[in-house]
Ligand binder design. Structure first.
Ligand SMILES: [Zn+2]
Length: 88
C-alpha cells in the first residue's frame, strides 16, 4: 500500500508539467528572446517555431500573455492558410 503511494508521488514529481496542464507558476519568465515578462503559459517547442518566435530555451517554451496571444494568432492564421490551400 505504502509503496504504491510512494511510486505515484515520485511519478508526479518527475512530470510536473502534466499536472499543471499548460499553466505556469509564478516567477517563470517568458522565453522569447528579448522579452522577460512573466510567463502565463507553457507551449511545445514545435508551436514556438511554427509561430516564428525566437525562444531562448530549446525545450518547452514559456510565454507571457502578449506572446501567447501572438502565438495563438499566428497558429490560427497558419491553419486558415492550410485550409485555403486544401480547398483551392
Ligand atoms: Zn514575452
Amino acid at each position: 500500500m505504502l509503496d504504491r503511494k510512494l511510486c505515484l508521488g515520485r511519478r508526479l514529481e518527475r512530470r510536473p508539467e502534466a499536472a499543471l496542464m499548460g499553466r505556469v507558476g509564478k516567477g517563470v519568465r517568458c522565453t522569447v528572446t528579448g522579452c522577460g515578462e512573466e510567463a502565463v503559459r507553457s507551449v511545445s517547442p514545435v508551436d514556438v517555431s511554427r509561430a516564428g518566435l525566437k525562444s531562448t530555451s530549446s525545450g518547452r517554451g514559456y510565454l507571457c500573455k502578449n506572446h501567447y496571444k501572438e502565438l495563438k494568432k499566428k497558429l490560427r492564421k497558419d491553419k486558415e492558410l492550410e485550409r485555403m490551400r486544401m480547398t483551392g
